[in-house]
Structure formats: C-alpha cells, structure tokens
Write a protein of this length. Structure first.
Length: 140
C-alpha cells in the first residue's frame, strides 16, 4: 500500500488467484487462468475488492465470481457491489509493494509522478532474477 500525494488517496495491490484451472478444469481453461490479474485499487472507506468471492479477468476486463462460490467463469459479478481495479496487472509476477515517486528533488523529470511496483516471479528457477522493479506507470 502507498499514499498517492498527487491523487490524494491510498492505493493497494491484491494478488490474483493461482491454480484456478487445476482446481476447476471443467470451468476455467488454462488460458483463462493466465488472465486472472493482480489488481491495484484506490482504497476508500467503502471499497469492496471482492476477495475471496471474486476475481478480475484482465483480458475480458470483467470481475467474475469464483467457482467455489457458484461462478461459471462466464457470468460477471454484480458491478454495483464490487469495485473495478484502477490497474490490472499481468499475473506473471506477484506485486509485493507499490511506491509513488512524487518527491521532485530525488527523481529525474521523467521519473516523477510514476508508480513503481516491486514484482516477485514466484515460479522462477533462478532466484537472483526472480525479483525486479517493474516498468513504471504514469499515474496522475
């Protein structure tokens, strides 16, 4: 979690589901499992991230109900109940922390007002290359 001074709000990241295809092969294909995103949300008093009942499909851009709660990987969850993510990240790396670069004195002009995410590739065989600072995103 981090506070965005530019946006004046708290943001946090949730990890997407893992192994949904393995647990529910008749409902969730391997390709659909690969589309389950890590999500970054703007967090306010009434934010509902949907966990553990739902997950966000980054390819179809839809929140779906988890199969263990009656979902079929086709029908969207009630959009009036659950918040959409501010950013949906590819699920290939789990985000461990986020950080907004807003301190002008410490960053070059091109790096200001950016969001950085530390990513951990949990399935990497090479531990030294499994950690990285992700490409920064422009965030106002």
């Amino acid at each position: 979690m981090d506070w965005s001074q530019v946006g004046g709000a708290l943001y946090g990241i949730t990890h997407g589901r893992d192994g949904t295809h393995a647990a529910f092969p008749d409902l969730v294909s391997a390709a659909d499992d690969d589309a389950i995103a890590d999500e970054m949300h703007r967090i306010t008093k009434d934010t509902n991230l949907g966990w553990p009942y739902t997950y966000y499909d980054a390819v179809r851009k839809i929140r779906l109900i988890g199969p263990e709660y009656g979902g079929d990987n086709k029908t969207g969850a009630d959009g009036s109940v659950y918040d959409a993510p501010a950013v949906a990240f590819a699920p290939s790396a789990k985000r461990r922390w986020i950080w907004f670069s807003t301190m002008a004195a410490n960053f070059p002009q091109l790096s200001r007002r950016r969001l950085y995410c530390h990513a951990w590739r949990q399935w990497s065989e090479d531990f030294r290359r499994s950690r990285r600072l992700s490409r920064c995103l422009r965030f106002a």
